[in-house]
Design a protein around this ligand. Structure first.
Ligand SMILES: NC(=O)c1ccc[n+]([C@@H]2O[C@H](COP(=O)([O-])OP(=O)(O)OC[C@H]3O[C@@H](n4cnc5c(N)ncnc54)[C@H](OP(=O)(O)O)[C@@H]3O)[C@@H](O)[C@H]2O)c1
Length: 305
């Protein structure tokens, strides 16, 4: 498993991360198997959020491995805050109480990384700055970042916070490529030329922020998985052919496609199937050629100008 440095920090982690959004309903035994399979395959970065399963995902995670100091040191734990029932909340009070809740449920005294989950337009940057400083000083959070934010939002935050923002978690997959499409279609009048994210790909590269690609197997907004899906025959034919050539599964190719991009991606996979986790980990040993990468992009229905 290749390791990457997360943003401008000293934190190194597996280039594939396990997202725990779907862990809430797992039994202790099943969750234990999932976590240990990830660790055995070199995946040591675990993504959480206070809202996953209403907090249950974090609880199941810690219980599954009987969280203790020895195992804690083997993993990098990230959580997210800011989404509440029907609104977003970046107030100092909420950020701090959310982290305290996550720490309690995860049975740890620190988070390696905390991300602000979704932009709260009512946010006061001074409050976020005060929350980050308090959390850093108390040792409860070591690194900070954002999720689903554009360059303008990040710059605004950076004007106030003292801490480096090391990661931005964004939806990205073979079937969700808006941040790439724009660059291929500069100054054109077709839909893919629309810049929907303020040039986040180039901004992240220029500022050395790691893009954490969430939902790497989904199309639309949780509409389903594109792999082995009859709706996408051409794409699956192409992926399956390349998977057979490389001796890995189609899931591994979908992740290798993301990791092939030089923009320092970290792919956050959400499968709770240990066999799939082991298969996906093999993506780290696959490097797609430029031709293969573009072939998959075109097979997904994208046209190059
Ligand atoms: N920042 C944000 O706003 C945000 C939003 C959403 C998610 N996330 C993070 O991203 C993580 C991943 O999200 P996700 O779970 O939606 O992404 P995903 O990895 O694209 O999807 C995983 C889901 O697809 C299913 N699946 C079916 N066939 C599959 C195959 N061949 N290969 C892999 N999975 C297959 C899995 O089922 P099985 O379990 O049966 O394999 C699982 O239910 C989450 O856990 C969370 O940490 C962040």
């Amino acid at each position: 498993m290749k390791r990457i440095t997360i943003g401008n920090s000293a934190l190194t982690a597996s280039e594939i991360s396990l997202g725990c959004m779907r862990m809430a309903d797992l039994s202790k035994e099943d969750a234990n198997k999932v976590i240990n399979t990830a660790l055995e395959n070199g995946i040591d970065f675990f993504d959480h959020a206070d809202i996953y399963g209403g907090g249950k995902s974090e609880e199941v995670f810690a219980d599954a491995i009987d969280m203790n100091a020895t195992i804690r040191e083997k993993m990098i734990l990230q959580s997210k805050c800011g989404i509440r029932q029907g609104f977003f909340d970046f107030s100092k009070e909420h950020i701090i109480s959310s982290v305290e809740g996550s720490l309690k449920r995860l049975k740890t005294d620190y988070l390696d990384t905390l991300l602000l989950h979704r932009p709260d337009t009512l946010f006061e940057p001074e409050e976020v700055a005060a929350a980050f400083t308090e959390l850093e000083k108390s040792g409860k959070v070591r690194h900070f970042g954002v999720s689903n934010q554009n360059p303008g939002q990040i710059e605004l935050l950076k004007k106030y916070v003292d801490q480096e923002l090391i990661a931005n978690q964004l939806q990205f997959s073979i079937m969700h490529t808006g941040m790439i499409d724009t660059g291929f279609n500069v100054n054109m009048t077709i839909d893919p030329s629309l810049d929907r994210d303020g040039g986040i790909l180039e901004y992240s590269r220029l500022n050395n922020m790691t893009i954490q690609a969430w939902s790497p197997f989904q199309f639309g907004f949780f509409e389903g998985v594109f792999l082995d899906n009859d709706k996408f025959p051409e794409l699956n034919k192409t992926i399956d052919k390349i998977a057979a050539d490389k001796g890995v599964t189609n899931s591994a190719i979908a992740v290798a496609w993301i990791q092939r991009h030089p923009a320092s991606f970290q792919t956050v996979v959400g499968t709770m199937n240990p066999g799939r986790i082991a298969d996906i980990a093999k993506a780290s040993d696959v490097t797609l050629s430029r031709e293969e990468w573009y072939e998959i992009y075109r097979a997904a229905g994208n046209q190059l100008p």
